[in-house]
Write a protein that binds this ligand. Structure first.
Ligand SMILES: Cc1cc2nc3c(=O)[nH]c(=O)nc-3n(C[C@H](O)[C@H](O)[C@H](O)COP(=O)(O)O)c2cc1C
Length: 199
């Protein structure tokens, strides 16, 4: 049971990674196990040539499979999400998000493409059978001020929206945890036609 944070920007420092970092800190503070997957750490050739069998891709894919919830951060590129993120999502199995809660985050130069999470990313996530894709958080660059040390300071409004998104994520994560059968319960229910009823 853990939350995996996927960093989908090809550049560093990254504003969308700053959103991800804020959520990761909040989640850590609430005592939930979490880890980060930086897509720029994956081999570019494997991503570009769709090498499903590449060992790094397989490990990354396993990490997605092993997580209970996923937080994905991406910059808005050409009115959609990053090509790096798409290249990675393309290499995941069709049921990669089965039963998981997903929180999408995006940063963008302008508010013009604020719906990108809903019209571009959500359908792709939805195709991989998640339990729930939460309402995403979209932030414009103007709400993230660059610091001298190369980091970003988030505006109060973004902090507020991210904190509320964390509350919902943790609520859904815990609900999912409670709904999971104990380890000694068979994963598959008895088929209906094999259930015996005594009257
Ligand atoms: C190649 C490229 C395409 C972009 N396209 C858009 C766009 O269509 N709409 C928009 O609002 N911002 C666009 N931007 C701005 C980025 O989305 C924005 O600066 C974002 O915060 C960068 O996130 P990052 O620092 O995590 O990479 C684009 C930036 C680049 C480099």
């Amino acid at each position: 049971m853990s939350i995996l944070f996927i960093q989908g920007s090809p550049v560093e420092p990254s504003r969308s990674a700053a959103l991800l970092g804020f959520v990761a800190n909040e989640i850590g503070r609430r005592g939930i196990d979490n880890s980060r997957l930086k897509l720029t750490d994956l081999p570019a050739q494997a991503l570009l040539h769709a090498r499903f069998a590449d060992p790094h891709i397989r490990i990354a894919s396993e990490r997605v499979r092993g997580a209970t919830a996923i937080v994905i951060a991406t910059p808005v590129y050409k009115a959609a999400y990053s090509g790096l993120l798409k290249a990675f999502l393309d290499l995941l199995p069709q049921d990669a998000l089965d039963g998981k809660v997903v929180l999408p985050l995006a940063t963008a130069g302008s508010p013009n493409h604020a719906l990108v999470l809903d019209y571009a990313l959500r359908p792709v996530l939805q195709s991989m059978s998640p339990s729930l894709v939460l309402p995403g958080v979209h932030a414009t660059d103007a709400t993230l001020a660059r610091t001298d040390s190369g980091g970003y300071v988030l505006s109060d409004d973004i902090i507020d929206r991210l904190t509320r998104a964390c509350d919902r994520l943790v609520y859904e994560y815990r609900a999912l945890h409670e709904r999971r059968p104990p380890a000694d319960t068979p994963a598959d229910p008895v088929p209906f036609d094999q259930v015996r009823c005594s009257i």
